[in-house]
Design a protein around this ligand. Structure first.
Ligand SMILES: CC(C)(COP(=O)(O)OP(=O)(O)OC[C@H]1O[C@@H](n2cnc3c(N)ncnc32)[C@H](O)[C@@H]1OP(=O)(O)O)[C@@H](O)C(=O)NCCC(=O)NCCS
Length: 163
């Protein structure tokens, strides 16, 4: 993404004090199935390294939330990715994904996520980032809530990773 050196986009894990801003962004971006603010507190308690924010100065541009699989699992699930309406198309979503890829544990073999079949912007971003459409679930979140399950294998990425 384009970097303005005087006011660059900074990607980093969230602090506790920032969770209400994350919840506010969540409400702005998602009209239905909105995570409540307490959920972000729980997520931060459980997976502090996986609640990742994109900032430009004081402005929160987007967030990504991921979670590790159960103990011994080598996969990470991306639970949510959201970029504010006015910050879209600038590479923020891609930068958040890239941060996760560069900071996930070295043994991670796979990332997965689900996406609604009509969400063209998200599908474009994920496919461009190396995810493939793995399975289609007709009623994933309940009746008439279909989702694509997308996966990305990480072996090559981790080999290329710079520590
Ligand atoms: C999906 C979302 C996270 C993408 O974030 P973003 O910061 O706008 O994405 P980027 O700027 O990094 O774009 C990455 C690629 O997707 C493309 N893209 C972005 N918005 C697009 C759109 N509306 N239609 C088609 N392609 C789009 C970009 O052009 C870019 O591809 P390119 O480099 O080949 O041009 C953002 O649109 C969003 O928050 N949507 C609402 C919430 C949502 O649907 N989250 C995903 C749930 S699975």
């Amino acid at each position: 993404m384009s970097i303005n050196k005087s006011n660059p986009v900074v990607i980093r894990p969230a602090s506790l004090q920032e969770l209400s801003l994350v919840a506010e962004l969540e409400r702005q971006v998602f009209t239905s199935a909105v995570y409540p603010e307490f959920f972000f507190r729980q997520a931060h308690d459980l997976w502090p390294d996986y609640l990742i924010l994109a900032w430009k100065g004081e402005q929160l541009l987007g967030y990504l939330l991921a979670a590790p699989g159960q103990q011994g699992s080598k996969s990470i699930g991306i639970m949510s990715l959201a970029v504010s309406q006015q910050s879209r198309g600038l590479g923020v979503g891609q930068a958040l994904l890239q941060y996760l890829l560069q900071h996930c544990p070295a043994q991670t073999e796979q990332l997965w996520l689900t996406v609604a079949p009509d969400n063209q912007s998200a599908l474009h971003l994920y496919k461009k980032s190396g995810f493939i459409q793995h399975q289609y679930h007709e009623d994933y979140y309940g009746k008439d809530e279909p989702r694509w399950l997308l996966v990305k294998q990480l072996m090559t990425v981790n080999r290329d990773k710079k520590d």
